[in-house]
Design a protein around this ligand. Sequence first.
Ligand SMILES: [Zn+2]
Length: 351
Amino acid sequence: MTSRSKEDRQIKVVFIVGYTRSGSTLLEQLLSMAPGSVAVGEMAYLWEQRVRNNSYCGCGSKWTNCSFWKNILGDLPSSDFSKARSPFGAFFRDLVSKGRPSDDQDYERFVNQIESIYQAIHDQTGCSVIIDSSKRPFFGLAVSRTKVSVTFVHLVRDSRGCAFSWKKAKARVELGKDAFMPFMPQFPAHRSALAWVWNNLQAEILSRRCQNIVLRYEDLVENPTFEVNKILNQVGLPSISPDQNGTFHIPTSHGIWGNPDRWSSRNAIKVTKDERWISELSKPDFIVSTLISAPLLKWYGYPLSRNKHVCRPSASSELQSRNHRELRHGAPVRSRQILRDETQRSNPNGR
Ligand SMILES: [Zn+2]
């Protein structure tokens, strides 16, 4: 077998990593439009017993009744999912150390189980690229220890936008009024900002170990076709485009868990910016969020001042992305670039 054909047959995973409320559901849906891809939602929740037993699949079936997942998990020893969940310490040791902790059998078993599920998804669907929007860097690290080829998409949104979102009540309408979680939790701004920093720092460490693409939510909603096709091109999938009205038509997903918004958008999406936080986030919340996350905000190219957000020029002249770190698993950084895509961004459809 030639190296090219081996590469073509290898299972690829696009793993979205980052903090919650950053647009990962939107990104997953858009990526799943490409033929040859299948979106599985936040696969990390397969190890959450209450989610498996009480939530609904993206297709609308009670998750335990979904034929897609029944076929995937049918031959796998799924009954021990909750036991197989690797302890936090093993992830952390793996994240901060150079090598894989070979003496941790639970971690080894967990990694093998993830690999078996990806393999089963590939076998059942015939899709070469699996889109996993789990976001958790620790879970992503375990995924990187499997034999699949992983491309991490580190999705970042302005921390003030995330904080604003977490302050809003959001019903888990798909779970029904008697569900174990009828509403998503709400967090104060300082807690969201701290979690945003912690999560993105983990993702930054992870990015030094694996192939990684950095994508800002604000760039995604500015030029969704361009940004999504950059990722699809990276993993060898065909490009996508909206219809003549600018609507993206999304295939039915069997995603597990995820943002309840996926239920409102269903199969047709018009991408719009959600920048309500700029005018609606209170001054105390804005200040505390900015103070906590200022260094990373600057690192990702966000203005610290709210006024500069309001007066933000077009993406083509300001925005930048740090992308395409050419890494192999476990190897040191070989190259790192900050790409300024002004020329391409001014021509987002690549024409
Ligand atoms: Zn389903």
